[in-house]
Design a protein around this ligand. Sequence first.
Ligand SMILES: [Zn+2]
Length: 218
Amino acid sequence: MRLVLLGPPGAGKGTQSVLLAASLDVPHISTGDLFRGHVERGTALGEQVRAIMTTGGLVPTALTVAVVEERLSHGDAADGFLLDGFPRSTVQAEALDRILASRAQELSAAVLLDLPDDEVVRRIAGRRVCGRDPSHTFHQDTAPPLRAGECDYCGGALHRRTDDEPATVLRRQELYRSETAPLVDYYLRAGLLRRVDALGPVAEVGNRVQRALAASRR
Ligand SMILES: [Zn+2]
């Protein structure tokens, strides 16, 4: 299956992507990971990405598309993939359609993890990350640490990422609405949209995703 996963920040896209890619046995392709990988390997694309990121800028669409297209040309993506973080706009969605069309392929479905605005804010506001290792993450409501403010794995102090500060969250939501929300219409018109309620435990949401996709297996 060739899939795109959409949803507001805090909807659990990262978690659901990993689960879904594993169950479908397709690569999980995250643009964030791709950018970091190119930068680490010092590729020509990575040099461009690094130059933009060090100035705090957003990676432009043409460069993002080039990075995704390069990744989709790898053998493991020949029979399917799950894209996470791309496309972010209808311009990028059109670029993806062109890449696939050039290989006589098409998208199987676009899964939208749907979450009400107030729930998005509640989820993000509760996120905490370890000061020593950012892969140690917690949530005040859903995955609290054993001792308040302290990392279970290493004892490091927990804090809120700058990205998760309320003002930043509002800005990201606005960006999501203005850029990504039109994608929902785009995929709705194409008959590819699968809307999934993202409220509830991870496993339950995962089951809903599987059921939503059962109709579009190919
Ligand atoms: Zn830690």
